[in-house]
Design a protein around this ligand. Sequence first.
Ligand SMILES: Cc1cc2nc3c(=O)[nH]c(=O)nc-3n(C[C@H](O)[C@H](O)[C@H](O)COP(=O)(O)OP(=O)(O)OC[C@H]3O[C@@H](n4cnc5c(N)ncnc54)[C@H](O)[C@@H]3O)c2cc1C
Length: 409
Amino acid sequence: MYEYLIIGGGVTGITLCKKLKEKGIKNVIVLEAQAEAGGLCTTKNINGHQLDIGGGHFFHTKHQEVFDYVFKYIPESEFNFIPRVSKLKLGETTIDYPVESNLWQLPLKQQIEYIISVVRNGEALGAPEPKNYEEWIRWKLGDKICDTYMIPYNSKLWGVEPHDMDVDWLYKIPRVNVEEVLQYCLERKQDVNKFPAHINFYYPKKGGFQRIFDALYADEKENVVLNTPVTKLVRQNDGSWLVNDKYTAKNVINTSPWNDLFEALGRPAALADDFAKIKYNRIVVSLYEKDYDCNWHWRYVPDIDRNYHREFYIHNFAADSKPNGIYVETNVKRYNGEESCVGGKEIYHYETKAAYPIPVIGHASAIKNILAYYKDKNLFGVGRWGQHQYQNADVSMFEAIKFVNNVKA
Ligand SMILES: Cc1cc2nc3c(=O)[nH]c(=O)nc-3n(C[C@H](O)[C@H](O)[C@H](O)COP(=O)(O)OP(=O)(O)OC[C@H]3O[C@@H](n4cnc5c(N)ncnc54)[C@H](O)[C@@H]3O)c2cc1C
C-alpha cells in the first residue's frame, strides 16, 4: 500500500513527491495521464523555436522558499534575469503595460478621454462596490478602459460572458489612483516602483520554461507512472483508496481538475452542484515565423476582431530560439487557425487540455465544499487544479511545499 498517491505529474505533483520523500515518506507514487510529465510547464522545440505549449511562462515569485527550492535544482546562473517589456494594444497605439500607468503614451485627445473616464470611476466617486463582474470593472477602472481593454480582453481570454463571472478573484486588480494617473500624464513618465506586479522575471537560458520542470523531475522519474489517467477512485472499508482497481493508497492528493474526477469518484450526489461549478477553459498556442525588431516580450491584444488575446516574441526572452518566432494564445472557442495579421501561415499549434480555472459565480464555495468533504477521507487537493485557483507555477510549488510541511512524518 502506498502512503501517498498523487494524481498528476505536473510541477505540483512532482514537488509534492520530492518534498514527501525529503520528509522521509518514501512510499509515494505519481500517476500521470499523458505520455510525458510536465503538464502546463512543457516546452517543445519547433523548427528552432522554444515553444511553451501551456502559453507564455515566466518565472518569478514573492516566496523565498520557492526561489530556494528551484535554485537548488537549477542554479540561478542558468537563467537570464530579464526586465519585463510587456505591451498593450489600445486602438491603433501600443503602450506599455499596465494601462493605468501609461495612458500618457496615447495621443493627447485619447488621453483626455481616458483621464475623464478614470476620474469618474465609481470607486473614486465613493460609489458602493458592485457584486457583478462587469459593473465591478467599470466601478474600478472607468468606462473607457473597460470598453476598449478589460471587457473585450477578458471575454476573449476566459471564453465566458462577464455576467457569468464572479468578482472574488478581482482583488488582483490594483486600485486606480487618480492622482497618480494624472501625475504620469503630466510628467509623461511612469513610476515602475509602483507597479502591481514584478518588473523582472527569470527565464532559462536553454530549454524553455520546461528546463525548470526537468530539473525538478530528474530524480523523481522512477516514482511516476506515465500514460495512466486516474479513472476510478474507490474508498475502501479500511479508509484507504483503491485507484484504477490497481493501486492502494492511504492518502491521495489530487492535482488535476476536480470536475474531470466526478465520474471516477462515483458521481457523488451530495456534491453534484459543486462539481458543476468547477470549470476550466482551454487555449491554443500557435506558432508563426516573422521578422521583428522590437524588444517586446509579450503584448496584450484586446481587439475583438482578432481571435487571439496575447502575442509573444520568443527570441526576446528565450535566448536559444531562432530570432523570428512569434506565438499567440487564443481561447479554443475563438480559434480558427487563421491569424494572417501575425505573419504568414501558422507552422504549429497545440491545444492545452486545461488552461485557466474559470471564476464562474459560486466557484469559491464549490471548491471549498469539495476540499472539506474529501479532506476527512484523506483525499486532498493541491495546486492550480487541486485548489482550483488562478495560481502561477511558483504559487503551485509554494502550496505543495506548504502542504508537505503540514504532513506528519
Ligand atoms: C496561458 C498560461 C500562462 C501561464 N503563465 C505562467 C507564468 O508566466 N509563470 C508561471 O509561473 N506560471 C504560469 N502559468 C501557470 C502554470 O502553468 C501552473 O501554475 C502550473 O503549471 C500548475 O502546475 P500543476 O502541476 O498544478 O498543473 P498542470 O501543469 O496542469 O499538471 C497537471 C497534470 O495532471 C495530469 N492529469 C490531469 N488529469 C489527470 C488524471 N485524471 N489522471 C492522472 N493525471 C492527470 C495532466 O496531464 C498534467 O500533467 C500559466 C498558465 C497558463 C495556462
